[in-house]
Design a protein around this ligand. Structure first.
Ligand SMILES: O=C(CO)[C@H](O)[C@H](O)COP(=O)(O)O
Length: 232
C-alpha cells in the first residue's frame, strides 16, 4: 500500500471507531470512504451494532449493500446523526472542494441533512487555500456548452468531465460535470455565490462551513475540530 493509500486507510478506519450503536450514518463516496465502510461493516458484524446507512452515490450503495449494511434514503430518515465523507481538498478553515468522484450533489444533500459532518483525508489534500484541485460544477446538460463558454470568458479554464472513452460523464442525477481549473480560489464565498446565481448550474463542489471536523491520516493521525480553529 503506498503512503497516500495508507493515510486514507488510517483516517477511514479511525472514523469507523466514532460510530455508536443506533446511529443513522451518512456514507460518503470515494476510496477513503471505502476503508471507512469496510471497517464499519466489520464492527457491525462483530459487535452487533444497529446502524442505518444513508448513501451519497450508486457506487457507495452497491459497496455498502455488498457488506450487508442496512440502507435507507435521505427521505426515509428523520435526520442523519453523523456523515463520514472524503474530500478532494481542505483548507485551514475546514472549507473544502468535493466532487472528484462526481457525487457532489448527493453528498451535499446528505451533508446538509446531517447533525455532524466529518471528512477523512490524506495529508496531500490539506492546503492553505483551495483551488489546486479543479472545482467540479454539476450542470444541466441542456445549455451546458453555452455555460462552458461563459466560464471560458470568465477565465475559469473549464473542461467537461469525460469518461476514458471520451464520452461526457453523467452523474447519478443525469447531469454533466464541468471542472474549473482555477489554481487558487481567493474568495470561496463569492465564487460559491456566483455559481449559485448561474442558471444551469445544479450544484458546485465548494463545501463551505460544512465539515465539523477533519481527520487527516499520517504517521500521527490529526483531528481538527471546527470549534477549535481560529476566527471560527
Ligand atoms: O467528493 C468526493 C466524491 O464526489 C470524494 O469524497 C472525493 O473525491 C475524495 O475521494 P477519495 O477518497 O477517493 O480521494
Amino acid at each position: 500500500m503506498d503512503r497516500i493509500t495508507e493515510q486514507k486507510r488510517q483516517a477511514g478506519e479511525y472514523a469507523a471507531s466514532l460510530i455508536t450503536d443506533g446511529m443513522i450514518v451518512g456514507l460518503g463516496t470515494g476510496s477513503t470512504v471505502k476503508f471507512f465502510i469496510e471497517k464499519l461493516a466489520e464492527r457491525i458484524n462483530r459487535e452487533g451494532l444497529d446502524i442505518v446507512g444513508v448513501t451519497t452515490s450508486r457506487q457507495t450503495s452497491s459497496l455498502a449493500k455488498g457488506w450487508g449494511i442496512k440502507l435507507k434514503s435521505v427521505d426515509e430518515v428523520p435526520a442523519i446523526d453523523l456523515t463520514i465523507d472524503g474530500a478532494d481538498e481542505v483548507d485551514t478553515n475546514l472549507d473544502g472542494i468535493k466532487g472528484g468522484g462526481a457525487a457532489l450533489l448527493f453528498e451535499k444533500i446528505v451533508a446538509l441533512n446531517s447533525k455532524r459532518n466529518i471528512w477523512i483525508v490524506d495529508q496531500s489534500k490539506y492546503h492553505d487555500k483551495l483551488g489546486q484541485f479543479p472545482l467540479p460544477v454539476e450542470v444541466v446538460p441542456y445549455g451546458s456548452h453555452q455555460l462552458l463558454k461563459r466560464f471560458e470568458a470568465a477565465d475559469m479554464a473549464p473542461t467537461f468531465r469525460r469518461l476514458p472513452d471520451g464520452q461526457r460523464l453523467t452523474t447519478d442525477a443525469g447531469n454533466y460535470i464541468i471542472d474549473l481549473h482555477l489554481a487558487v480560489i481567493e474568495h470561496p464565498q463569492a465564487l460559491a455565490y456566483y455559481l449559485e446565481q448561474t442558471i444551469g448550474v445544479v450544484e458546485h463542489g465548494l463545501f463551505l462551513n460544512v465539515a465539523d471536523a477533519v481527520i487527516i491520516g499520517g504517521e500521527k493521525l490529526v483531528v481538527i475540530e471546527r470549534e477549535n480553529i481560529e476566527n471560527h
